[in-house]
Design a protein around this ligand. Structure first.
Ligand SMILES: *Cc1c(COP(=O)(O)O)cnc(C)c1O
Length: 364
């Protein structure tokens, strides 16, 4: 059977291995498996969320509230923006998909960082757009600007803090960059880890309200999958000027967020204390990774996220290390697919991290 030609160049996205798969493949009991591969919150989500969701399970027969009134009001309050500035997706992934279909086609170029979130490229390929990458591993806004001028991309993606490297852009630099971009070029600021970046260093903090007020061509993306601990519920959002949101809405399938997910995200926003505590534990545990890296003579990129990127020395291979860890029930992310001899490890609970140090030390 013939399929859409655009699919020929697309590789299926490989998500962090689920625990269930490791149980089956390696016969390890699920209680002995530690997953530090998908940047989930190791402390789960707020107990208030769990309680609220249990209380509405009887509503499952009914379609969700497609106006998303409760969650939209909560997000409006949280970010001090209006209803017209908001779109909610099944993960911020889905908002990226809307953006791509709204703005790009097979005549378009998309500008992204050399090493960044893999889904930008995959969605670009869905519409046949060409992907232009910078050469610098960290976001270099001067290089972005040069490529913007020479390549005239339809969309620019800035991922800050960046996945999978963990570094972040100073917001003053970002604002100065945005000033130089014409109104017809859409700039996406992916803030999937912004809660962590802003906590660690105020200079990395980007306020969606400020972006919306100053720029008609910028969209900010946030998610409930990381700091809020709701990866399994699939809720993300975009914040932008009303004309952008209006176009994205044309692509949104009805009922794209389930009733339980809408409730979970709404309640999660009410428990900031839970989120702040998780973030603060993450950064105190991250100090142990710094110490471990120094001790093992491994280079670690300074991280503004809930994961660390460990750059291995030449005589160690990241794929082999990740595979060996997997056989011991420790799931981490090999970054060889990104052209790096490195692994990405989500900062877990103190016990999970100790287990990682113990196993990795043995294997190195
Ligand atoms: C995790 C992640 C997302 C989106 O996650 P969803 O679960 O789809 O909301 C977006 N961007 C980056 C950089 C991420 O790491």
């Amino acid at each position: 059977m013939k399929f859409n030609k655009k699919l020929e160049n697309i590789k299926t996205y490989e998500a962090g291995k689920p625990i269930e798969l490791v149980v089956r493949e390696f016969g390890i009991e699920s209680k002995d498996i530690v997953k530090l591969a998908s940047n989930e919150n190791p402390y789960g989500c707020s107990p208030k969320v769990q309680k609220a969701v249990t209380q509405i399970v009887s509503n499952m027969a009914l379609y969700p509230d497609d106006s998303m009134l409760k969650l939209k009001s909560a997000l409006q309050k949280r970010f001090d923006v209006t209803d017209e500035n908001l779109i909610i997706g099944s993960g911020s992934d889905q908002v990226i998909e809307f953006i791509m279909h709204a703005k790009a086609d097979s005549n378009s170029k998309i500008l992204i960082n050399s090493v960044t979130f893999a889904m930008y490229e995959i969605y670009a390929k869905h519409v046949g757009a060409e992907v232009i990458r910078t050469t610098s591993q960290e976001h270099n806004l001067e290089e972005f600007y040069e490529l913007y001028k020479s390549e005239k991309p339809e969309i620019i993606f800035l991922c800050t803090p960046n996945n999978p490297t963990g570094d972040a852009i100073d917001s003053v630099d970002m604002l100065a960059f945005l000033e130089k971009i014409d109104e017809d070029t859409l700039v996406v600021i992916d803030g999937a880890y912004m809660e962590y970046g802003a906590f660690k260093d105020k200079r990395k903090s980007v306020a969606p309200k400020e972006l919306v007020e100053k720029f008609s061509n910028v969209i900010y993306l946030g998610t409930f999958s990381k700091a809020y601990g709701l990866g399994g519920m699939r809720v993300g959002y975009g914040i932008a000027s009303a004309p952008i949101i209006k176009e994205l809405y044309k692509l949104r399938p009805p009922f794209n967020i389930t009733t339980l997910s809408l409730e979970a995200a709404s309640i999660a926003l009410e428990d900031e204390e839970f989120v702040v505590n998780s973030i603060s534990s993450c950064f105190s545990e991250m100090q142990r990774y710094e110490a471990f890296a120094t001790e093992q003579k491994i280079e670690m990129i300074e991280s503004y996220t809930n994961f660390v990127t460990l750059l291995l020395p030449e005589n160690k291979n990241s794929t082999e290390l990740a595979d060996a860890l997997l056989r011991k029930g420790m799931i981490v992310r090999d970054l060889s697919g990104y052209g790096m001899n490195a692994i990405r490890v989500t900062v877990g609970t103190p016990e999970q991290n100790s287990r990682f140090f113990e196993l990795t030390e043995q294997l190195l």
